[in-house]
Design a protein around this ligand. Structure first.
Ligand code: ATP
Ligand code: MG
Length: 420
């Protein structure tokens, strides 16, 4: 204990669990790296206006969940609540879209902040890995991203996730649907906040999780019936590409998602073992976002997967990741001379790529062997005065208990052979 605890809605990542988080981030990133996506890193905060415009003034993220601050210099900033607006801002600022090489494909990994009511799977600080393909309208890209997320989850061993898919239409057909939906919603018994939402962003009402609202929504007009021919054809192609790739999905005509900027393809990955925080990731096409933040027309598509919830999903499925052992060899010196000699050996082993640790602090043999076992190492090298006088160290297999002297000069090669 200290005087302080982690702030509400946050938690610390500590060994050994932290290794799982790194492995999940890596597993999500691997298919992206392998598919032409370059790594992008943006600041943890941005001008608040970027999110107000880029995420949407009427969204929960902007109205309730943003951490905003005024700097001593008077700038209005916000901790980033999501990645897409920042990544697009960075790409535009660096003129990546002008190199004549579209789409610009980028991936990112980092911390995001939302002032939410903390509960399992919902935190105020969380981690996402995301991908964006900027500046091309091509159903192959929509399909590519969904296929890569599916590949990432599968590589982790996850099986109980589902892909929900919908089309939100474009600036041709969505306004027509919007009006029809508003007409329907205005006939319902809704609270004042929700009625205001009907005026500003009626599609978001479909996303309302409250059962009394959901009940009233049966019979609401669905966007699918209003899609223009271009949107219909586009969506049909995405669906066919996914099917051809063997990626199963479910059509979900009610899927709208929380951000304002989506057009056409929208999707969510849900995991059935997570209770109410079931969305592990989501994304879609955002053809209008660039213009909303003052850029040129740049049709784009992307997703963000939540690392925290993916780890919870692994736990829900009882999946133990096969992580490489953090320590392979543990050195146990007995006496001052052995400390010096074995420390040199440890350095050599590390330089040769063997994960090695040491019994620091002048521990006795019993305690040192306990540390060796706890480290998960397969081998211990133990040396005392008598061993060193004979030019050997004792190499102990911690699994079998077998122990043999090895010439000091051959320890590194012997261990490299054993682990091969
Ligand atoms: P939800 O509907 O659960 O609030 P969302 O639609 O707000 O999710 P997105 O903005 O699409 O989520 O973010 C993508 C992913 O990031 C989510 O699927 C989830 O895994 C993760 N995520 C979002 N908010 C949080 C949070 N507060 N805590 C933990 N993970 C989160
Ligand atoms: Mg949310």
């Amino acid at each position: 204990m200290s005087t302080f605890n982690a702030p509400k809605g946050t938690y610390d990542l500590l060994p050994p669990d932290s290794a799982k988080f790194l492995a999940v981030r890596e597993a999500i990133a691997a298919p992206l790296r392998n598919s032409g996506y370059g790594y992008v890193e943006t600041p943890g905060f941005e001008n608040v206006e970027l999110f107000a415009r880029g995420v949407g003034e009427s969204t929960d993220i902007v109205t309730k969940e943003m951490y905003t601050l005024t700097t001593k210099g008077g700038d209005e900033l916000a901790l980033r609540p999501e990645g897409t607006a920042s990544v697009l801002r960075a790409a535009l600022e660096a003129n990546l879209h002008k190199t004549g090489n579209l789409p610009v494909k980028l991936w990112y990994s980092g911390s995001y902040y939302r002032y939410e009511r903390p509960q399992k799977g919902r935190y105020r600080h969380f981690s996402q890995v995301g991908a964006e393909a900027i500046g091309a309208e091509d159903p192959l890209l929509d399909a590519e991203l969904i296929i890569l997320a599916d590949q990432a989850y599968r590589s982790l061993g996850l099986r109980e996730f589902r892909i929900l898919l919908n089309s939100l239409g474009d600036k041709e057909c969505r306004p027509v649907y919007r009006t029809a939906l508003q007409d329907f919603l205005r006939g319902l018994d809704l609270d004042e906040d929700t009625r205001r939402r009907v005026d500003i962003n009626p599609l978001r009402v479909l996303d309302d999780k409250r059962p009394d609202v959901q009940k009233q929504l049966t019979g609401a007009p669905v966007l699918r019936d209003y899609l223009c021919d271009a949107c219909k054809a586009y969506h049909e192609e995405v669906r066919e590409l996914l099917t051809a790739a063997g990626v199963a999905f479910e059509d979900d005509v009610k899927l709208v998602r929380g951000l304002d900027y989506y057009t056409r393809t929208t999707f969510e990955f849900v995991h059935d073992g997570l209770g109410s925080q079931s969305a592990v990731g989501g994304g879609g096409r955002y053809d209008g976002l660039s213009e909303m933040i003052g850029g040129p027309a740049l049709p784009s598509v992307g997703w963000a997967l939540g690392v925290d919830r993916t780890v919870l999903a692994l736990e829900a499925e009882g999946i133990e990741l096969e992580l490489p052992p953090t320590t392979e060899v543990f050195a146990v010196p007995l006496g001052e001379e052995a400390r010096q000699v074995l420390f040199t050996t440890v350095t050599e082993l590390r330089r040769a790529g063997v994960a090695t640790d040491f019994a620091y602090g002048g521990k006795g043999l019993k305690n040192a062997m306990k540390s060796a076992n706890r480290s998960g190492a397969r081998y211990a090298i133990v040396a005392g005065e008598r061993d060193l006088a004979e030019g050997v160290v004792q190499l102990k297999d911690l699994e079998s208990g077998e122990q043999n002297p090895v010439p000091l000069a051959e320890v590194v090669t012997t261990l490299l052979e054993k682990r091969a």
